[in-house]
Design a protein around this ligand. Structure first.
Ligand code: PLP
Length: 386
């Protein structure tokens, strides 16, 4: 199998699994308990919090564990909007956010808030000048993703943070795809809230976090017990949190080297596809993109058919994002960068890890050539018969 779908999820690293195991079998006490097995779990959670915080230059008291990126996004947007209700009800986001942000904005809109969804350019970038122009006296929250999950584009988060801070507006960024992949500094980038998810950096699924800048008063999202400094109730997912901590430690250690390797593989795959496959177009900015992201539109084919045929050859890739696959609607991200629905439907995403090899990529390009020749041959003969 050739796995090229690391933006959907990653393989849990063996060292992460090893770190988690004792918290299922031996140290299973509730971290809220008084006895030593409970406090051992509590200590492990606290160490994981420190590890996760150091990936983004945060303090450990600023990290709140959640059930994943979706919950973190929901929490940030709903709690910030509610907390600022008396100040204003206008939110700014972009047209290319993950559904965890976009659907939450729809919900807020149905509940008395107004939302501006910024356009992006042909490469997927938000223009900070457009953001400035969209700010109103009643704007209370800006949410712009750090890196896009489909086309990998890296948004100008530092510039956006500076604008938001200067205008006294809260700034949230969904960094689920970027956390542990590229350097992030919440102080320097003036980020007030940031969402991340462990399973995108070789950690376990079902655990994530929301960074909330120290002193920022946002309400809790899940009500109940006093866990997570009374801000996120529910018995802690100790093995998951420990796994997130181990994945964060690992990410910090390998980020530079893996980033370099992924960039090299990414550029190799892009160059190979462009040299060997006609009628294709790279989606997303060529340089300002995640190290492992490759997204192409192939003319005259349905991406879904290509994916099925790649799967038969043992290659895992994706069309759009995992969360929207299965839907017949063209991707909202590809529509936002100006692709028509035919171009968007012919798009494929390959997301690499440092474990991939050039031989695997050569095999993928050969498979793609063969599949595209066959599918395009079929659609061309259909056109000439007609
Ligand atoms: N935000 C982005 C940009 C994502 O790519 C994803 C998952 O693909 C999420 C949020 C949701 O994260 P989770 O799967 O942890 O709920």
């Amino acid at each position: 199998m050739i796995y090229l779908d690391n933006a959907a999820t990653t393989r849990t690293a063996p060292e992460v699994v090893e770190a988690m195991l004792p918290y299922f079998t031996e140290v299973y006490g509730n971290p809220g308990a008084i006895y030593s097995m409970g406090s051992a779990g509590k200590k492990a959670v606290s160490m994981a919090r420190r590890a996760v915080a150091s990936v983004i230059g945060a303090g450990q008291g600023e990290i709140y564990f959640t059930s994943g990126g979706t919950e973190a996004d929901n929490w940030a947007l709903k709690a910030a909007a509610e907390g600022c209700r008396d100040k204003g009800r206008h939110i700014i986001t972009t047209k290319i956010e993950h559904p965890a942000v976009l659907r939450t904005c729809d919900y807020l809109e149905e509940n008395g808030y107004q939302v501006t969804r910024l356009d992006v350019d042909r490469d997927g970038l938000v223009d900070p000048e457009n953001l400035k122009a969209a700010i109103r006296p009643d704007t209370v929250l800006i949410s712009v993703m750090f890196a896009n999950n489909e086309i990998g584009v890296l948004e100008p988060v530092g510039e956006i943070g500076a604008i938001a801070r200067e205008r006294g507006i809260l700034f949230h960024t969904d960094a689920v795809q970027a956390f542990g992949q590229v350097p992030i500094d919440v102080e320097e980038m003036k980020i007030d809230m940031l969402s991340a998810s462990a399973h995108k950096l070789n950690g376990p699924k079902g655990v994530g976090m929301l960074y909330v800048r120290d002193g920022l008063k946002i309400g809790s999202f899940v009500h109940g017990g006093g866990q997570e400094s009374k801000r996120r109730a529910g018995t802690e997912n100790v093995p998951g949190i420990v796994g997130f901590g181990a994945a964060a430690d690992r990410a910090l250690r390998v980020m530079e080297e893996n980033g370099r390797r992924e960039r090299e593989l990414r550029d190799y795959l892009i160059e190979r596809i462009e040299a060997q496959i006609p009628w294709c177009r790279l989606n997303g900015h060529r340089e300002k993109r995640l190290p492992g992201n490759v997204n192409f539109s192939f003319q005259f084919v349905e991406g879904e058919s290509v994916l099925i045929m790649l799967d038969i050859k043992g290659i895992c890739a994706s069309g759009g994002s995992a969360c929207t696959s299965g839907s017949r609607e063209p991707s909202h991200v590809l529509s936002a960068i100006g692709l028509n629905s035919e171009e968007a439907r012919g798009s494929l995403r390959f997301t690499l890890s440092a474990e991939n090899t050039k031989e695997e990529l050569d095999e993928t390009v050969e498979a793609l050539k063969d599949i595209l020749d066959r599918l395009r041959g079929m659609s061309f003969s259909y056109i000439s018969i007609r």
